[in-house]
Design a protein around this ligand. Structure first.
Ligand code: FE
Length: 182
């Protein structure tokens, strides 16, 4: 099982150094910050793992980190889900799959939320479909994992501090191994 975590960590090392779409941190720094915020908020292990891995789709995507600026939605949440679901249970992979939907949901239900988004995240919001319609909101609320996805989303929006000092990737090895499908 160690090989799975090694594969994941290798992706961090290979592609995590790219800047995170218009933000002052790299993709790897961003993901580590999100995981640290989840730990700080005493999230369950599955959700800490989700925070750590939520942008795995950016690590394995081939479109480049400036895709949104070129008008492309890479659907990185679906890509991450496709990679990770063979290794981890839904409590890890569903919040990841839903973290973009959660942004569209929060914009629709909380008028102040849009202002809290970075310019890059506001740009990608339009490509991702903009605020949810009332029907979409209802489906999202009833679909399961909505609360976890919204918690992940808040960390996603916060974990962009160029000065943050966070625990290293290796500190999550045991947590990830404990969650792998047997
Ligand atoms: Fe993110």
């Amino acid at each position: 099982m160690t090989e799975v975590v090694d594969t994941i960590f290798a992706a961090f090392h290979e592609a995590g150094g790219e800047l995170y779409i218009g933000e002052p941190v790299t993709v790897a720094e961003h993901m580590l910050q999100c995981a640290a915020l989840a730990r700080r908020d005493e999230a369950p292990p599955e959700l800490v793992a989700a925070a750590l891995l939520h942008d795995y789709g950016h690590l394995v995507a081939t479109e480049g980190e400036d895709a949104a600026e070129r008008g492309i939605d890479t659907r990185h949440e679906e890509l991450a889900h496709a990679y990770l679901e063979r290794w981890f249970p839904p409590a890890v992979t569903e919040p990841i799959r839903l973290h973009v939907a959660a942004k569209r949901y929060l914009v629709a239900v909380d008028p102040s939320y849009l202002d809290s988004l970075s310019p890059a995240s506001q740009l990608s919001l339009e490509l991702q479909g903009g605020p949810m319609s009332p029907t979409e909101r209802e489906d999202f609320e009833q679909g399961g994992h909505a609360l976890a996805a919204c918690r992940l989303r808040r960390w996603d929006d916060t974990g962009k501090d160029p000065a943050a000092a966070v625990p290293p990737l290796e500190s999550y090895r045991d947590l990830l191994e404990s969650l792998l499908r047997r």
